[in-house]
Design a protein around this ligand. Sequence first.
Ligand code: NAG
Ligand code: NAG
Length: 255
Amino acid sequence: MGSLPVFWCFIFTYIKVSICLRIVGISVPPLKQRGESATLTCDYDLEGGRLYSVKWYRDNEEFYRYMPRLRPPQHAHKLDGVRVDLEKSTARRVHMRELTLKSRGLYRCEVSEEAPSFHSAQSEAFMEVYYFPRETPRITGHERAYQLKEPLDVNCSSAKSFPAPDLQWVVDGQKITDRSWLIAFGAKPASQGLLVSTLGLRAPTKQRMKLKCVATIGTHRRERTVIIEVNTSCWNKPFSLLIIIAIKIICVKIS
Ligand SMILES: *[C@@H]1O[C@H](CO)[C@@H](O)[C@H](O)[C@H]1NC(C)=O
Ligand SMILES: *[C@@H]1O[C@H](CO)[C@@H](O)[C@H](O)[C@H]1NC(C)=O
């Protein structure tokens, strides 16, 4: 009797009932740069059934379908930000050229079987499209002369990008995490739907400081470094004048 489960297992493995159309995997690049192309794949297992159609949607709007019964089997619908390359697209993948910021969205593939089953399965994944120019972030407020103990008052602004880059200040190799030193000005809209992030730094000064601002989108980074030399001459004018007068008075008294 102990061999019975093994027997049933054997039966179920070898008698494939065509009720199990399933999507084995959808692959959508999570992050793409504007202007790049992208290949989205939809891998399915018909489990013996016959393919009726594969349809692709972005945010519920159809832009590509593959129906093996039609001649030609492929058809692309116009959709802003989606340029399908039919030559590189098949029943299991769709190739898109020249992505724009409007290409971002939730991509879904929907696979249907022919009669008699008419089963269908679907799967979806999000694609973010970014724009991150080579331009490094801009630092302002470091040009002027700082006196010792005078707090820094500098800002870092990203280049116009999308989405808004994350900004990080690094002072002498140390990431600044103390929120009381940071002022988040957030992201401001710029032309063409792009955004500029700004982060202020209000840190105490040291004699010489290496300030680095790092802008990141995903794993992409741009950075700029400036050096601040703080004027450590503690002999500020009124104080040194007083000393000189004091010395003169002492000299006069001695002589
Ligand atoms: C930093 O940015 C804020 C907001 O844009 C602005 O008010 C402030 O003057 C800037 N400071 C410097 C030093 O650039
Ligand atoms: C440093 O500060 C002193 C006193 O305020 C001033 O006389 C001097 O010009 C400053 N030096 C620089 C390099 O800014």
